[in-house]
Design a binder for this molecule. Structure first.
Ligand SMILES: Cc1cc2nc3c(=O)[nH]c(=O)nc-3n(C[C@H](O)[C@H](O)[C@H](O)COP(=O)(O)OP(=O)(O)OC[C@H]3O[C@@H](n4cnc5c(N)ncnc54)[C@H](O)[C@@H]3O)c2cc1C
Ligand code: SF4
Length: 352
């Protein structure tokens, strides 16, 4: 690893004015080679950024540490019944929060399943959403692939067993690495940001991530000098229920092969009034399974229509040479997550 300067940010605004690049831009600038750059980058928990530096994929001149800014470490219940999670709240903090656990169990299930206890104690929610993909060609200094500014995707003709089975034919076939993002999309979270000029914006999570068809080099719409300050969870519907399941090769210290988060609003006649089902680890962004949502909305959820919905969700998949095994696995996982979410208790007393 190259030597680098260290700046202790005094505020998010101070960090935003000091940061010159996003990590994505800094990696594009290295042409895939471990060369030192002038980039000054934001560091939160440092789990992903330090990995990239140790791998020689990015060599910034300076790290701007924001991890100690206590104002952005907290989780609070809002007057409207929603919750605001500071960008620097750790995955462990979210997992242990009783209010988030009560009203957003699928989110807690994602963070509890992520990585390992040591990593969850360090990893922040903001950094988790902005971690770079795990594609082994992206993580290899020897492969200057399209997402790093090169010309080719090495996964198409290479080893693509962990790659996307949806939206994978636009130059890049990554899967999005954040598992909390699946639940956040199911709960319609909003990403709160501040720019170097102090301008604040709130981005619906549906608009935050980018598919390769729009830009194969960036995973999200965040600009250099723009920081995530918090994630807002809107007040949940009084009759909502949620669940998350994932399948991994290892029980811990690993990313999933496939993941599913489901949020339903179910009325007192057991009819599903609203459904949001999000697939993780199978597409370059967390992916809404709208075909499945349409089948379940207006119906009483049971094993038969859960299976039909799961089959509908995978009909548009376009597996690559080495990852068709994900489809039966994903279908079973969707069906199980639907039934798990539908059968759990609503956290509220009041029903529709
Ligand atoms: C073995 C292992 C297993 C893992 N398994 C999982 C898993 O199952 N699911 C999962 O989701 N993750 C998993 N992870 C990834 C881990 O959760 C992330 O690396 C971590 O959450 C990153 O958070 P951080 O605070 O350390 O970010 P950092 O490494 O500090 O930052 C990551 C990126 O975000 C930028 N950044 C950080 N905070 C902000 C901010 N507030 N505003 C703007 N930019 C910012 C940084 O510049 C950097 O580019 C795993 C990691 C390991 C090592
Ligand atoms: S899948 Fe994307 S990140 Fe991986 S080699 Fe292809 S272009 Fe690069």
């Amino acid at each position: 690893m190259e030597s680098f300067e260290w700046q202790q940010a005094t505020s998010f605004e101070n960090a935003a004015t000091s940061a010159t690049h996003t990590t994505t831009e800094a990696m594009l600038g290295t042409q895939g080679k471990p060369v030192a750059s002038q980039a000054m980058l934001i560091k939160a928990g440092g789990v992903d950024l330090l990995d990239l530096m140790k791998e020689g994929l990015v060599s910034p001149r300076r790290l701007i540490d924001i991890n100690h800014l206590s104002e952005f470490q907290s989780i609070s219940e809002d007057a409207d019944g929603g919750f605001t999670i500071g960008a620097l709240a750790t995955l462990a903090q979210i997992a242990a929060h009783s209010g988030v656990g009560k009203y957003f169990p699928a989110l807690v299930q994602t963070v509890t399943a992520a990585a390992s206890p040591q990593i969850r104690n360090r990893a922040t929610l903001g950094g988790n959403l902005l971690q770079r993909p795990r594609c082994w060609y992206l993580r290899s200094p020897a492969h200057h692939c399209l997402r790093k500014g090169g010309e080719h995707c090495f996964a198409y003709a290479g080893d693509n067993r962990y790659h996307a089975v949806f939206a994978n034919h636009d130059g890049c076939a990554i899967v999005h690495p954040s598992t909390p993002a699946t639940a956040l999309l199911a709960f319609q979270a909003q990403i709160k940001c501040v720019s170097a000029q102090g301008a604040q914006r709130v981005i619906p999570i549906d608009d935050f991530f980018m598919l390769p068809s729009r830009d194969p080099r960036h995973e999200n719409i965040l600009q250099a000098g723009e920081l995530i300050t918090a994630v807002k969870l809107p007040a949940p519907h009084p009759a909502h229920r949620s669940a998350y399941l994932q399948l991994s090769e290892k029980a811990a210290f690993d990313w999933p092969l496939a993941a599913v988060a489901a949020v339903f609003v179910i009325d007192h006649n057991d009819i599903c009034q609203q459904a949001r089902i999000v697939l993780g680890s199978v597409s370059p962004t967390p992916r809404r399974a709208q075909e499945a949502e349409n089948i379940l909305t207006g119906a009483k959820i049971d094993p038969d229509n859960a299976r039909t919905a799961a089959e509908a969700a995978i009909t548009t998949a376009t597996p690559l040479s080495g990852n068709a095994y994900k489809l039966p696995l994903l279908s079973a996982l969707i069906s199980r997550t639907i039934l798990k979410a539908a059968s759990c208790e609503s956290p509220h007393e009041r029903l529709l």
